[in-house]
Unconditional design. Structure first.
Length: 59
């Protein structure tokens, strides 16, 4: 995983949690361009959602 790949992955996760559809599409497309699969993009979104939901439940 390159620095750019990790940056786009983290940016995708933050964008998904913040609910920014335009940013999710942009970072998702960047990840696909870097060689990620669509399944990996959706996995990142699902994991970010679970982590954000857990934080809201606990706090």
């Amino acid at each position: 995983m390159t620095g750019k790949h990790l940056f786009e992955l983290m940016s995708l996760a933050v964008s998904a949690v913040n609910g920014c559809e335009q940013c999710v599409k942009s970072h998702g497309a960047s990840l696909i361009g870097l060689g990620a699969t669509e399944e990996q993009v959706w996995d990142a979104i699902r994991i970010a959602s679970v982590v954000a939901s857990y934080d809201r439940i606990v706090h």
